[in-house]
Design a protein around this ligand. Sequence first.
Ligand code: 3UK
Length: 514
Amino acid sequence: GRPLTFPPGYNAAQAFIDRHLDEGRGDRAAILSRHGTVSYAELAARVSRCAHALTGRGVRPGDRLLMVVQDRPAFFYLFWGAIKAGIVPVPVNTMLRSRDYAVLIEDSGCGALAYSAEFAGEIEPALAERRPALVLRLDPAEEAALFEHGPDRFDPVPAGAERDCFWLYSSGSTGRPKGAVHLQRDMAVTSELYGVRTLGATAEDRFFSAARLFFAYGLGNAMTFPLWVGGTAVLLDERPTPASTFATIARFRPTLFFGVPTLYASQLEALDQDRPDLSSLRACVSAGEALPGDLLHRWRERTGLEILDGIGSTEALHIFISNRPGRTRGGSSGTLVPGYRARILDDTGAELPPGQPGRLWIQGESIASRYWRNPERTAAAMVGGWLDTGDTYLRDEDGHFYYCGRSDDMLKVGGIWCSPFEIESALIEHPAVREAAVIGRADGDGLIKPEAWLVLTESAVGDDALEQDLRLHCKARLAPYKFPRRFHFVADLPKTATGKIQRFRLRLGAEPAG
Ligand code: 3UK
């Protein structure tokens, strides 16, 4: 790995883009996609032209560039062109609605907005409320103007390791979105600590992420990690399904694949019919939500491949607790990524001993400096360099971390804390279950009991006999009070754009028991 030292005036575009020309990597492939190959030399030239175009059209250092952009090479050009010019790129979720975009335009106070033409239907109505000074609709003519003309050199605007660099909005399950402000050094920190030292990424790797670039997870997987090591990013600008991801793996032969548990579950089911060529992969990574141990084991049986589960967050920028290649432990998020520190605290803020679940706080060099214009939420979640993850975890004697649930999803059953995730993990070991979500619901006596919401596999039938079988299945695996008292069989579970189950919707949506 490379040492994490930052010269005065450090601009991240120097380390991630220009350095490759200085080191003679110009002819190597930076990006592969169905739109063709982009070399490091072409990438650097288009980034510089974009920096000229943005400044030439009046965008100033410190201004925000809101990006509603597909996973295509233009994402790279805009993001790095902005950073080179001291402009702050703010990539946002491309699956939102007009109303949401109006909120983001307003909250960010962006001076410029760039959007892929296919999102016009949602973006244009949002502009009626507040129109940024510069609006770039990325059709072929605009892309040519931005990336294909003008000088292909642009000297990076001097910044500094601790200067604002880019923002990512945190997809909180409720409430207004929070803009997490990341600093110039943050991408180098995650790329080196997790990408290089945990995954062992090198220039020979090809990185394919089913998670999109606008998520912190996808941004690291498919843009910053490959650019940090001089490797190659594989981009897919279609919905990631088993079919589209398998086809992309067969065509572009990535060495690393990054997914989320839901996708691995549906890929596994698809493997009953499909025999995709996965031989290029050396490892798979999972994050976003906890990977049930059973899924890890079945994936390994079917493909011979490991899935490395790790927990990250938008605020931390990437993964800070992870399994290691060759040493995965099913059901555990793994151990601390060296460079990060962790504490598990009780309700009074006291540190808990190993084996006891509590609230996970972490510290490290990649954590966002603050939430944009939100001092209350900054003060609540970011204290003295430490970040409140909002997750309940326990750490065992040998340093492995076990996810127990979002702190606000934990259940007290019979006075005992009970992890919905533990019950879900047991449920999905049952052959009829594809996905599971467990919430607490008051019974006729007003006492909280676990209730399961299940998506079944195609051949299964949700009848009384199955319910009975599922109860026995749970009782055989879990402490006696933990089995679900009620079951709901549904076609889908409510999820956030990042694929996290919205248990609060299940709590609200169902008729009360009793
Ligand atoms: C949950 C996990 C258990 C956890 C992310 C990798 O997911 C990412 O960021 P978000 O801001 O959400 C953060 C929250 O998601 N979570 C994520 N990974 C796991 N829970 N096991 C896991 N492996 O509640 C966390 O607080 O959307 C993931 C890299 C960068 C990311 N931003």
